[in-house]
Design a binder for this molecule. Structure first.
Ligand code: CP
Ligand code: NVA
Length: 313
């Protein structure tokens, strides 16, 4: 059979709105079909005999467990790899690693502190490569965020999401998601941690309304959801400076009160309570953070089915 390009999932911007919508809808369908966690095994085991390689160069709780559990529920299996235990850690190249793993595995997820490694792995891999987070972007997180928002509030198109704090990897993917799914993003960040200008420009050029503020109150005004993330991402070295600079960006009850009356609070987790969010907001009625975490499992499953060409399962 003719070789077709593997269905990599590197960044949201690589996709048509239709494909991203298809993956989210597929995730919702599989979630409903499998009745949450009560009937977790997919009756058709659509990924039986398929193996996912999960290469984690950095820590992970949600990404790791959701891929491991999700793959199992779809009938497949998982090999978790850490670069330190691989010859990669002794200098085997990414290109050679990609070509070897492509002979064993059906799909690869990579979490890395070096975005270029992800791109190189995908370039050399003949099986789908999924971005499991880099310092540049975290696209799989946004699939779960959108599913969560829509479960609570209906279609996200035309809604306004406020991002407060660091203009980081998750913020970049959120802006790309906005362009594809038709929601608006209002970000408030300190000047030195502004959102990636390339991502802002790309999202705007692709039809998104992206507004960038310094003042969190301006960004949240009337917003349908308020999102934040850690002030110190993996690989960030300047923790002390960051804690100081981000202090005015804490999401507290007073800030939430400036959003729409039914605004949701989302956080990709892990959270640092008392830093980017107060305990009142994190544990409060607007918070859907654990639904959001659970939806990592369902969106991972939708994504795996799509990547492996089983989107009709
Ligand atoms: N949100 C997220 O990606 O969590 P982990 O770092 O635990 O995978
Ligand atoms: N921005 C955070 C997200 C963790 C899931 C980080 O990169 O560490």
């Amino acid at each position: 059979s003719a070789t077709t390009a593997p269905r990599h999932f590197l960044d949201l911007r690589d996709f048509s709105p239709e494909t991203i919508r298809q993956i989210i809808d597929l995730s919702a369908k599989v979630k409903a079909m499998q009745n949450g966690r009560r009937q977790p095994l997919h009756p058709d085991r659509p990924l039986e005999g398929r193996t996912l390689g999960l290469i984690l160069a950095q820590p992970s709780t949600r990404t790791r467990v959701s891929f491991e559990v999700g793959m199992g529920q779809l009938g497949g299996s998982v090999s978790v790899l850490s670069p330190g235990d691989m010859q990669l850690g002794r200098g085997e190249t990414v290109a050679d690693t990609a070509r070897v793993l492509s002979r064993f595995l059906d799909v690869i997820v990579l979490r890395t502190g070096n975005d270029a490694n992800l791109r190189e792995l995908a370039q050399w891999s003949s099986v789908p490569v999924i971005n499991g987070l880099t310092p540049v972007s975290h696209p799989i997180q946004i699939l779960a965020d959108v599913l969560t928002f829509e479960e609570h509030r209906g279609p996200i198109r035309g809604k306004t999401l406020a991002w407060i704090g660091d203009g980081n990897n998750v913020a970049t993917s959120l802006m790309e998601g906005a362009a594809l799914l038709g929601f608006n993003v209002r970000l408030a960040t300190p000047e030195e941690f502004a959102p990636n200008p390339d991502a802002v420009a790309w999202a705007r050029a692709h039809g998104a309304t992206i507004e960038v503020f310094r003042d969190p109150a301006e960004a949240v005004a009337g917003a349908d959801a308020v999102l934040t993330d850690t002030w110190v991402s993996m690989g960030d070295k300047d923790r002390e400076t960051r804690l100081k600079v981000f202090q005015p960006y804490q999401v507290d009850t007073a800030l939430m009160a400036k959003a729409a009356p039914d605004a949701l609070f989302l956080h990709c987790l892990p959270a640092h309570i008392g830093e980017e969010v107060t305990p009142e907001v994190f544990e409060g009625p607007a918070s859907v953070v654990f639904d959001e975490a659970e939806n990592r499992l369902h969106t991972q499953k939708g994504l795996l089915l799509w990547a492996l060409g089983k989107e009709n399962s």
